[in-house]
Design a protein around this ligand. Structure first.
Ligand code: LLP
Length: 400
């Protein structure tokens, strides 16, 4: 259930849960805005909790996909933890009121300052990505005489069928350590005992994954290794399966992705059923992508003698996904004028780059200057990937 939009008695509105609310009150001429739907976010959280209920996992929302303060408040009030990837995100999570023991710190390039802060704050788990980082973290923890819980991020060498820029668990990716380095990592952790303590293994193999088998395979790799370590006497507490579950950007029919979640839940329940380890999850997109819409207006409808363009006052500086990954987002025109014959348009933005395309070859009745357009499923990796390129203003954000 994400928002559906339409004009009702001349007022542009959205369905939010059982209610119909006016969106128009949040639309200011000339100002693109991300509108998030709180009912839909809560529903997704509850569905995820339900699918994994048997295991009572600790769900840590991947803040990199949406850091709007009210969205974070929803996560917090629903009892979720948070997954951060920088000192900036860690500080924002703390400022939003997340307790240190609710925060996992991931990321491949944590600086000395960032690790020092993480150790001082006593975060729940630091997911370490290399032997070199272990060394750095060990020194910092020893200097501060503070014991820190390490999650060792493994790279299980699994290819996933998603855009190559968002695979992270293949051996050619910079993330995690490979299995053959684990013994050396354990040695290093031991050499910094008691300041480093191995709390669990973790992995995150990529994003926008729409086939659960690689996710299951990766969890099985983690579990096999964890069992070996438990048998060797390591006091492991957690197993972290990362995030990655995708959505269907081509359709407003959510049934397939809900089914995907259920199947994953059943599989994970059956795999982990009897382990003493606490399951950690780091979902981002699945929880919030559907709940966000980027609203923008038509500046020009242009024919260049060859092709038709709808030029919006938003573009790759506000929503980078289409330009960076050729990602598809549905675009719904919101016009009060009578629909005319449909023509094919490229929907583009104002940025001085030919990659600034939000949608290619889309069919619309000719819109008017000033008409609003809704760019759908933009609640994840939208605003957080926004830039100041060309010095246009950033979009506003509203939660309804
Ligand atoms: N955990 C870690 C360590 C991650 O690196 C990520 C995402 C997640 C969890 C959450 O993954 P999710 O459940 O959202 O798939 N900008 C790209 C996605 C990049 C994902 C980066 N890592 C996009 O717009 O598609």
């Amino acid at each position: 259930m994400h928002a559906s939009y339409r004009y009702h008695h001349g007022i542009l509105g959205a369905s939010v849960g059982p209610d119909w609310v006016s969106v128009e009150t949040h639309l200011q001429p000339g100002k693109p805005v991300y509108i998030y739907n709180s009912a839909s976010i809560c529903e997704r959280i509850n569905l995820m909790k339900k699918a994994f209920a048997q295991l009572q996992p600790q769900i840590h929302f991947a803040m990199k996909c949406n850091a709007h303060r009210e969205v974070l408040q929803i996560m917090k009030s629903e009892g979720l933890g948070i997954d951060v990837v920088s000192g900036g995100e860690a500080r924002a999570a703390l400022a939003a009121g997340f307790a240190p023991e609710k925060i996992i710190f991931s990321g491949v390039a944590k600086s000395k300052d960032e690790l020092t802060m993480a150790v001082q704050k006593g975060l729940f788990q630091i997911n370490v990505e290399s032997l070199e980082e272990l060394e750095r973290l060990g020194q910092i923890a020893r200097t501060q005489q503070k014991t820190i819980a390490v999650g060792m991020r493994m790279n299980p060498n699994i290819r996933v069928d998603t855009h190559p820029y968002i695979t992270t668990g293949f051996r050619e990716n910079k993330f995690g350590i490979s299995e053959y380095q684990l013994a050396e990592a354990l040695q290093k952790i031991k050499s910094y005992s008691p300041w480093l303590r191995l709390q669990g293994l973790s992995s995150h193999i990529g994003s926008q994954i729409r086939d659960i088998s690689p996710l299951v395979e990766s969890l099985e790799v983690l579990l096999t290794l964890s069992r070996q370590l438990l048998a060797q006497g390591y006091d492991l507490k957690t197993i972290d399966m990362g995030g990655g579950l995708g959505i269907d950007y081509y359709s407003d029919d959510e049934s397939k992705e809900l089914q995907l979640l259920e199947t994953l839940g059943q599989k994970v329940n059956s795999i982990l059923g009897d382990t003493p380890l606490k399951l950690l999850m780091e979902p981002g997109r699945w929880l919030v992508a559907r709940s966000g819409t980027l609203w923008a207006q038509v500046e020009y409808v242009k024919f260049n003698g060859y092709k038709n363009f709808i030029i919006l006052n938003t573009g790759m500086h506000h929503l980078l996904r289409p330009a960076l990954y050729k990602a598809h987002h549905r675009i719904l025109p919101m016009s009060l004028s009578a629909p005319g014959t449909q023509k094919v348009y490229d929907v583009v933005g104002p940025i001085c780059e030919s990659s600034d395309v939000i949608g290619q070859d889309r069919w619309f009745a000719e819109p008017q200057e000033g008409d609003w357009m809704a760019i759908m499923d933009a609640g994840a990796y939208g605003m957080t990937m926004c830039s100041d390129y060309n010095m246009h203003a950033r979009p506003q954000e509203v939660l309804i």
